[in-house]
Design a protein. Structure first.
Length: 254
């Protein structure tokens, strides 16, 4: 029979073996990759599935390939027409080359966030306020292109950039509201003038018809009498054509 010291030593050896075996086995999910360093030198990218490492010698850095949605904090921006605004955005990106995301940059999440903030300020500062409010999609595409070009050496692909909120000063909001109201009034006046012009054209056409057809004025007289008789009026003005008087005057002189 072995001594207690022997059983204790065997137990310690088993624990060490289990610890070494556990540190040598890694399991990566489908959306994860492992960048392996052996004695400080880059070995390569592995995964997904079961990964075997050499204990103490190998070190693995895990990288996720899923799309990351990152909020860009509100940035103070002065537009091209000297309007001070606050703008925030959301950035969508993912790692496409795990090795470069680990070797080329210390922390690709932090670096991408800082790059997005500086690019947002510089790009929006080159546009006027009206362009920023009206051409949102064009500015989003420009931001996405610039940020993607700068993050490409890090193995990061920027898929979309969306400007969310544009916070305007109170005085600028009132000015925009007055401008919108003036624009609505201008359109109303233009529509009213166009209606008057069309009505004048119709009246001119009706006058030409009446001038060529004397009976038309008689029909208009009868229609007017019909409209007047609808109301309860004590006095009715009956229009008589001047030709009627001319006929009477002609007979009297005869």
């Amino acid at each position: 029979m072995g001594s207690p010291q022997t059983f204790t030593g065997l137990f310690v050896v088993i624990l060490i073996a289990i610890f070494i075996l556990a540190s040598a086995i890694r399991i990566l999910r489908e959306y994860e990759r492992g960048v392996i360093f052996r004695l400080g030198r880059l070995v390569g990218e592995k995964g997904p599935g079961l990964i075997l490492l050499i204990p103490i010698v190998d070190r693995m850095v895990k990288v996720t390939l899923r799309v990351v949605a990152m909020d860009v904090p509100p940035q103070d921006v002065i537009t091209k027409d000297n309007v001070s605004i606050k703008v925030n955005a959301v950035l969508y990106f993912r790692v496409i080359r795990a090795e470069e995301s680990v070797v080329s940059v210390e922390n690709y999440l932090y670096a991408t966030s800082q790059l997005a903030q500086t690019t947002l300020r510089s790009v929006l500062g080159e546009h006027e306020l009206d362009d920023l409010l009206a051409s949102r999609e064009k500015i989003n595409q420009e931001l996405q292109r610039i940020i993607d070009e700068r993050t490409d050496p890090w193995g990061v692909k920027v898929t979309a950039v969306e400007v969310k909120d544009v916070d305007l000063p109170q005085e600028m909001q009132r000015a925009i509201a007055k401008q919108a109201e003036a624009e609505r009034e201008r359109r109303a006046k233009v529509i009213h003038a166009e209606g008057e012009f069309q009505a004048a054209g119709q009246l001119t056409a009706a006058a030409k018809v009446i001038a060529t057809e004397p009976a038309a004025i008689q029909l208009r007289y009868l229609q007017t009498l019909t409209e007047i008789s609808v109301d309860k009026n004590s006095t009715v003005a009956f229009p008589i054509p001047i030709e009627f008087f001319r006929g009477l005057m002609g007979k009297g002189s005869g």
